[in-house]
Write a protein that binds this ligand. Sequence first.
Ligand code: NAP
Length: 547
Amino acid sequence: MNVSRNDQAQSGSSIPPEVQQQLRMVFNQLPNTVPLYLFTQDGRNDVYNHAAKEIIRSFAELGSKVEFHELSLDHELAKKYRVDTSPTVLFDPEHYSVRFLGAPMGEEGRTLLETVVLMGLRKSNLSEQSLKILEKVNSPRRVKIFSSPTCPYCPQQAVNAIKAAIAKPELISLEIVDIQANPHLADLYSAHSVPQTFANDVLIAQGAQPEELFILSLEKMTEQTVFIPDIEAELVENDLVIVGGGPAGLTAAIYAVRSGLNTAVVERDTLGGQVATTPLVENYPGFTQVGGKALVDLLVSHALEYVTIFQGEEVMDIEPEEGLTLITSRRRFKTKAVLLATGANHKHLGVPGESRLSGRGVTYCSTCDGPLFKGKRVIMVGGGNSAVTEALYLHNIGADVTVVHRRDTFRAQEHLTKYLLSANIPVLWNTEVKEIKGEDKVREVVLYNNVTEKTKTMPMDGVFIAIGYLPAVELAKKLRVELTDDGFIKRDQHHRTNIPGVYSAGDVEGGYKQIVTAVGQGAEAAMSIYEDLMNPYWLKQRPASSG
Ligand code: NAP
């Protein structure tokens, strides 16, 4: 059936017609109805009240499985369920204790959708590994997650918590707090980056976690970073495992599957890598301007036509025995080839106060956390494309931003630099951050001018850091993959590393670190892997005396 933009306008829904059709099918198959109660009060957060009504109405119009109840904060049910914030959405409150404070817009739409589906199924869909850990939780956990509509990492953490609240409704309650609609709550908890997760008012995680690590953190009530699954974890056998779901990994997946390789992609965090948090991309051919997340969504939909993506799952170890065995937080893969497309992690300044105040005003993601700093004083540290692009984004959303750069010229492309200067964004040249100060949150920065050799202290609310990336080579090191002197993976023109069957692509290889080069490297690596699996070069290289 052909649907036009007019159909969308006529239905009054903000959901595109083709997506409406898919959702209708999914909702109709749900065995249970999901009642959603939206509590609002006129005059309190009206913009968000209106948005929440519109979004939930659009869902309820998609069939009979979502029941929408619009109530005022004066209603007796508000008292019964102790609702005092406008807007608040309660999800099937007779069965579960899950609420959303704000309007589930933007990225949070995914959280809304997954909650409806899981509650309609009355299933947590937690992995066997997670359920085993959850069995040990035997006292109440009041989980609170701070999230934002512009944060692509947030739905992963919110869905982890929703699954836990569905699996153990008698002990686990969940409140997802949109920081844009509830800045006072974010201030109260000093939650100035998202996602941040509290249980019984104790901070148990900053950032999104793989599901099993979230459940373990919830059980232990402190952030966990390592989880090794039981040996009985599911075993998957295939031709190729791609570690990393950024542009290089996803492109490689498309090429590999189309060549006939049985392939899986494993990604610990959000799909799309650094591009997912890039406010605007202006140099990807075919798009004059495209939001980073919008480009990622297109790439992910394309890849999903071909490949299974294991998202929110972390590769903990790789053993180069009998082929290659990868141990993830959820299963084991026995595979013939591994492509390391693990990308890079943001660099830290390494100054006093940076790590202590991380999430308390120090942040590395302007799209995620920028909206909390509207009308506030922030600095953007760095002089490359990222710093300039993100400074423009912060300026455009109303933050009072100053760029701090250690030299007197930018490394960023001239085109971007011109934008920044024409927007009259102040730049402190030849300036280094020496310290970030504040007890509970960022209050001041100490800046040193390396020409005048003068130091000054400036009052500050936020410190955004975009000073480049370091290659993510932890797995490569475990496999004894050789690295270059700069710490990137060393590979030949076929993207082969020194370990037979192990390849690399994208930013982990160094080079130009552009989206367009990453997708090219992903395609090259996949084609090379296909040729090698058909005709393994490592068998030809065996010394003659070994036979
Ligand atoms: P980058 O190009 O490596 O630039 C890092 C910047 O941070 C440099 O200006 C550097 O100063 C400064 N810096 C590094 N370490 C520092 C420290 N310890 N203290 C203070 N300043 C420090 O990193 P990026 O901007 O994140 O970009 C990474 C890659 O992504 C690049 O290849 C870039 O082209 C690409 N990218 C492209 C776009 C786009 O085209 N729209 C957008 C984002 C990123 P110096 O200049 O003095 O070395």
